[in-house]
Design a protein. Structure first.
Length: 366
């Protein structure tokens, strides 16, 4: 049985890596993809791609491919660092080759596939000291010049070169938020239409319309549903094939919390302070899943419009300012205030502000 081996940190996996894997797969019976990394490695942790995450994503990517085997190696546990000194190479290579042989059916013959000449030189120099080796194949990437560093520095420019399960970690996620009747949904739809972006709409409104519920009918269970399903919908848009690097949403968990906080003091709504704490805990858990790169905040100024789904008790300017202040505090409490830009113009001015931000992102990515 012929065995090919590739390895890397995969932060993220990209077409350059896939070129290696596909070549190793076509020229061998089995291709092993070795995912390796260090505890606390900055390049991965800064984007949520610690060692276990790339390993899981790559297993997901090749789950239906019987020729691909994915294994994980924690370099920290081997006592080696990023320097890849002579001794580090010896320790790493000895461990990996023995690990692969222990996986089963591998004898002492396999071929390494690498995209960097220094790696090829080091492997060719050392492999024969540990196990017999057919060859070390160096794949020149000049025809597809891409690296994980290039992607981390400018993900939109190289979006199509990122392996699809990894793209969600490089999506620019934009939130347009504020209190009711400030034009969030209209602005979000218009921006999405202008740029052709996937966008996430307010789940709570659709939920209430579908079930024929009024605000006075809501319980903590409904609010939990809002938080969970809104998160699912936004994540779905981020992971969708329609995402070319930017996703926009007109609501998130903090808007739901804002209303829940306001309703705790409302005798017409069955929501207690204990219920709110339950919702707040859930919102914190959800925050770990989706991060906003930019938040456009609309303060209350427009005339309140009754669209048939809004709670009219919240329609006065005093109530809207109260809710706005709750939202501002939540944005600060959740550590997102540094992402916020307050846009306080008319609709066209607000549209231009969001449009200019996205245009700059796209222009930088060219």
């Amino acid at each position: 049985m012929k065995i090919g081996i590739t390895f890397g940190g995969y932060c993220p996996m990209h077409q350059g890596h896939l070129d290696l894997i596909m070549k190793a797969k076509k020229e061998n019976d089995i291709c092993y993809v070795v995912v390796c990394g260090y505890n606390g490695e900055e390049r991965g942790e800064s984007i949520g791609l610690t060692l276990n995450r790339p390993y899981s994503l790559i297993k997901q990517l090749f789950k239906d491919d019987e020729q691909i085997r994915v294994v994980k190696v924690n370099d920290t546990e081997l006592g080696i660092d990023e320097s890849m000194s002579e001794s580090n190479w010896d320790i790493w290579l000895n461990y990996v080759t023995k690990k692969l042989i222990s996986e089963g059916q591998i004898q002492n013959w396999f071929t390494w596939y690498v995209g960097e000449q220094p790696y090829a030189d080091s492997l060719l120099k050392r492999s024969k000291d540990f196990w017999k080796v057919n060859d070390v194949v160096y794949v020149n990437r000049s025809n597809n010049p891409i690296s994980a560093t290039m992607i981390r520095e400018n993900p939109i420019k190289y979006w199509n070169k990122i392996a699809w399960p990894f793209r969600q970690y490089f999506s620019t996620n934009i939130l347009i938020t504020g209190t009711a009747s400030e034009g969030k949904s209209t602005l979000t739809r218009d921006i999405a239409t202008y740029f052709g972006l996937p966008y996430s709409e307010e789940y709570g409104r659709s939920y209430m319309e579908f079930y024929g519920k009024d605000y006075t009918d809501l319980t903590v269970t409904d609010f939990q549903q809002f938080l969970i399903e809104q998160r699912k919908d936004t994540q779905k848009k981020i992971e969708s094939s329609g995402n070319s690097g930017i996703v926009i949403s007109d609501t998130d968990n903090l808007v739901t919390l804002m209303y829940a906080k306001a309703y705790v003091d409302d005798p017409a709504i069955d929501l207690t302070e204990e219920d709110y704490k339950t919702l707040e805990t859930l919102a914190w858990n959800i925050k770990r899943g989706i991060q906003w790169d930019k938040i456009f905040l609309l303060p209350p100024k427009n005339t309140f419009v009754d669209d048939g789904s809004r709670y009219m008790k919240q329609s006065t300017m005093d109530e809207r300012i109260k809710n706005y202040n709750i939202l501002v505090q939540l944005l600060k409490d959740f550590g997102w205030w540094d992402k916020v830009e307050v846009i306080n113009g008319n609709f066209l001015e607000n549209f231009e502000a969001v449009k200019n931000y996205i245009s700059e992102k796209i222009e930088y990515g060219k």
